[in-house]
Design a protein around this ligand. Structure first.
Ligand SMILES: [Zn+2]
Length: 212
């Protein structure tokens, strides 16, 4: 079975990917891990990818797709793969469809973990750090006893720019799955949407249900 896992940052995609891989035995292929492996092993594709990353540019689709093609040609991928972090847009989705079609395979399921923007912003933006001892707090999940003050040392708490709500909101807009990409899989009849606002266990159960 070939599965694409989609979801915005903060929806718990990484955690769920690990749980699903463990429960189903599906090979988890994350594009981040794949890039790192190629760069570490100094493969031709890795060096090519690195030349773009060093310039702060996006790695072109052709390079990523070549890496994916190589990855799905290995023995451990013959029974199925769960793709994580790819595809990010419709051209990539079509390239993946083509690569699988050459092996007489297809995407069997696209699992979308969804959550409202406000919920994601609240999860992603609530982090506060102690200026003195560096302890981390979260407004919602691990709040300090007194707002703005560290429980451990009494130091002042501050927020990094990256953890501020408006910055998180902008990043979320850029990183959440494009509606056209979701439509691509809906039209193929393989999309399963799961409510990511439920507990971690409930989300796992729903995802495993969708894979039956
Ligand atoms: Zn402190």
């Amino acid at each position: 079975m070939f599965v694409v896992l989609l979801g915005p940052p903060g929806a718990g995609k990484g955690t769920q990917a690990e749980r699903i891989a463990k429960a189903t035995g599906l090979l988890h292929v994350s594009t981040g891990d794949m890039f790192r492996e190629h760069v570490r092993n100094e493969t031709e594709l890795g060096q090519l990818a690195k030349s773009y990353m060093d310039k702060g540019e996006l790695v072109p689709d052709e390079v990523t797709i070549s890496m994916l093609n190589e990855r799905i040609s290995r023995d451990d991928a013959s029974e199925g793969v769960m793709f994580d972090g790819f595809p990010r847009n419709v051209p990539q989705a079509k390239a993946l469809d083509d690569a699988l079609a050459e092996r007489a395979k297809k995407i069997d399921r696209a699992l979308l973990i969804s959550a409202r923007d406000e919920e994601l912003v609240s999860r992603l933006s609530g982090r506060w750090i102690c200026r003195q001892c560096g302890r981390l707090f979260h407004e919602r999940f691990d709040p300090p006893a007194e707002a703005g003050k560290c429980d451990a040392c009494g130091g002042e708490l501050y927020q990094r720019d990256d953890d501020k709500a408006d910055v998180v909101r902008t990043r979320l807009e850029k990183q959440k799955p494009a509606p056209e990409l979701i439509d691509h899989y809906r039209q193929a009849g393989v999309l399963h949407e799961v409510d990511g606002e439920r507990s971690i266990d409930e989300v796992t159960t729903a995802l495993l249900e969708a894979l039956r």
